[in-house]
Design a binder for this molecule. Structure first.
Ligand code: FES
Ligand SMILES: [Fe+2]
Length: 476
C-alpha cells in the first residue's frame, strides 16, 4: 500500500541477519560494518516516465549531470605525462590529460574554432591539435598555435585556453565535474566515504575492463544492481553460497548507499543444507579456481578443516575467509590479517550517485559504471575488476575497455571477467531490455518498490528528484 509519510522500513527477512554473521566473525567487527544506516522514505509508486521519456532525459542532462562529480577514469588508465583519456557520456565528451607534474587536467573535448572533437581516442599526446584546420593547444590547455593567424586578429590568445572542468582523485578514481561550486568530492559523497579508507582502492589497478551497450535506460540497468532479492529467480545458481534475502541495505546522505550481501552463507530460501553444501556450491560456481581475478581465490585452502568447529553454523565463512587471506597474501604480499571474514568474502556493493558502484572490502573489487548512451533507451554498462598491486610494484597501465560486440553476451568476455561472473550478468541482461519495453507497455505507468530491499532504488530516485527540482546541487 502506498503511503505519503516517510518512514523507516522495519521489516526484515526472517532468520539470521548480516549483523549476526558479523558477531560470529573471527575478527572483531568494526563500527563501519556493524552500524546500520536507514533513512525515512515513502512507499509512493515511481513513474515509468523517469526511464522512458525523452523530456525526462533532457531534464537530467540539463540539471543533474553537469552538477555532480562523475567517475571519468582510473589513474592507471593514463599514468604518464601526455597520456590522455577521452571520457564520453551521452552527447558530452571530455578530454583528460596527464600533466608533466603528474597532476590531471580535464577539458571540454571540442575545438574552439568550429567545434570538432579534439581527440576521439585515448592515448599519448605531445600537444592537442585539432585534425580539421590545426588549431593547437598545449597539454595544459593554453593556446599554442592558430594556423593562418593573420585571419584571426580578433582573437586574443589569453582568451583561447581550453575551458576546464574540476578534477579530484579519490582511491585511484579520477572524478570530474562541470560545476565549479560543488563541495570537494569527499565532502560531497557524504558519511560513507571513510569506509573506503580501510580498503585503499588506490592500492589496486584495473585487471579487466569490459563494456556492453544494453538496450535499456541507464537507471534500469543501474537499479538491477541495487538489490539482491532478484537472485532467487534470476540467479538461482548462487543461492547455495549467497545470503541474498538477508542482504543489509544502508543509506548515507544523498550520494552514497550500500548493499552488503554475505557470501559463503546459505540463502534464507534454502533449508536443510549443511556447511559442506555451501562450500561445494561455491566451488561449483567458480570452477574451484583460485584465480587472482576471481573474488573467490583460495578455495582449495578451504578443504583444510583443522582448528574449526565442525558444528559451527558459519564454518564455511571462516574457512573461505582464511583461504582468501592466505591466497591473496601469497598473490600480492599485502597483509590481510586484520580484516574481518566479512571483508575477505562478502559483496560490498556501494553506489555513488549517480551512476557508479565501487565495491568495498578486500576481495578483488568490482566497479560498475552505467553511462547514458545517446538516447533514453540505451546505456553502456561497464565492469572493471580491480586487483591489489603486489607490494613494491608499480600498477600496470590499464588495458583499454573491451566492448562486447552488439548481439553477443558478456560470456564473450569470459577470458577477462571469468565465466561465472559473465553468466550472472547475462542472466541480468536477459531481463533488462524487457523492463525497458515493458515499462512502455504498462497500463498503470507505475512501479512499486519493496520498502527495505529496494530502499537503495528509492534513495537514488529521491536524490535524482532533488537535482531536477533544484534542491541540489549543494554549494561549497
Ligand atoms: S574545427 Fe578545429 S581547427 Fe577548425
Ligand atoms: Fe542480478
Amino acid at each position: 500500500m502506498a503511503e505519503s509519510d516517510p518512514k523507516i522500513a522495519k521489516a526484515r527477512c526472517p532468520g539470521p541477519s548480516y549483523t549476526d554473521m558479523l558477531k560470529a566473525d573471527t575478527r572483531p567487527a568494526p563500527d563501519y560494518l556493524l552500524t546500520e544506516s536507514n533513512l525515512p522514505l515513502t512507499n509512493e509508486p515511481l513513474s515509468t516516465q523517469a526511464y522512458v521519456s525523452p523530456a525526462f532525459k533532457a531534464d537530467e542532462d540539463e540539471k543533474m549531470w553537469p552538477n555532480v562529480w562523475q567517475f571519468a577514469a582510473r589513474e592507471e588508465d593514463f599514468p604518464e605525462p601526455g597520456d590522455t583519456v577521452v571520457y564520453e557520456i551521452g552527447d558530452k565528451s571530455f578530454l583528460l590529460v596527464r600533466q608533466r607534474d603528474y597532476s590531471i587536467r580535464a577539458f571540454y573535448n571540442a575545438c574552439l574554432h568550429r567545434g570538432r572533437k579534439l581527440r576521439t581516442e585515448c592515448g599519448p599526446a605531445t600537444q592537442l591539435r585539432c585534425p580539421f584546420h590545426g588549431f593547437t593547444w598545449n597539454n595544459d590547455g593554453s593556446l599554442k598555435e592558430i594556423p593562418g593567424d593573420w585571419d584571426f586578429e580578433h582573437l586574443q590568445s589569453k582568451d583561447m585556453s581550453l575551458p576546464e572542468l574540476r578534477v579530484e582523485c579519490w582511491q585511484g578514481f579520477v572524478l570530474i565535474t562541470e560545476n565549479h561550486d560543488l563541495p570537494s568530492f569527499r565532502e560531497w559523497i557524504g558519511p560513507g566515504v571513510e569506509h573506503f579508507d580501510n580498503w585503499r582502492l588506490e592500492e589496486c589497478h584495473t585487471a579487466a575492463w569490459v563494456g556492453k551497450v544494453i538496450p535499456a535506460n541507464w537507471k534500469v540497468v543501474a537499479e538491477a544492481f541495487m538489490e539482491a532479492w532478484h537472485s532467487i529467480v534470476t540467479h538461482p545458481q548462487i543461492l547455495g553460497f549467497t545470503a541474498d534475502a538477508n542482504t543489509r541495505y544502508d543509506l548515507y546522505g544523498d550520494h552514497m548507499n550500500r548493499a552488503i550481501t554475505a557470501s559463503a552463507a546459505l540463502s534464507p530460501h534454502l533449508k536443510g543444507k549443511d556447511q559442506q553444501y555451501v562450500i561445494e556450491s561455491l566451488a561449483k560456481f567458480t570452477g574451484g579456481a583460485g584465480d587472482a581475478r576471481s573474488r573467490r581465490g583460495g578455495i582449495e585452502a578451504t578443504q583444510e578443516l583443522h582448528g574449526f568447529d565442525a558444528d559451527d553454523p558459519w564454518l564455511a565463512r571462516k574457512l573461505l575467509a582464511k583461504g582468501n587471506r592466505e591466497a591473496f597474501q601469497a598473490q600480492n604480499g599485502h597483509d590481510y590479517s586484520r580484516y574481518t571474514d566479512s571483508e575477505m568474502l562478502d559483496n560490498f556493493t556501494y553506489n555513488v550517485f549517480p551512476n557508479w558502484s565501487p565495491w568495498g572490502g578486500m576481495a578483488p573489487n568490482i566497479v560498475y559504471r552505467w553511462r547514458p548512451w545517446h538516447d533514453t533507451d540505451n546505456c553502456l554498462m561497464e565492469v572493471r575488476i580491480l586487483i591489489r598491486t603486489p607490494v613494491g610494484e608499480k600498477a600496470p597501465k590499464s588495458q583499454p575497455m573491451r566492448l562486447v560486440p552488439e548481439g553477443e553476451p558478456f560470456a564473450a568476455a569470459s577470458d577477462l571477467i571469468g565465466a561465472a561472473l559473465a553468466g550472472v550478468f547475462d542472466q541480468d541482461m536477459a531481463n533488462l531490455p524487457h523492463v525497458q519495453t515493458g515499462m512502455k507497455a504498462s497500463k498503470t505507468q507505475r512501479l512499486e518498490l519493496g520498502a527495505y530491499q529496494e530502499s537503495r532504488i528509492r534513495h537514488f530516485q529521491n536524490t535524482l528528484q532533488k537535482y531536477l527540482s533544484g534542491t541540489l546541487p549543494a554549494k561549497k
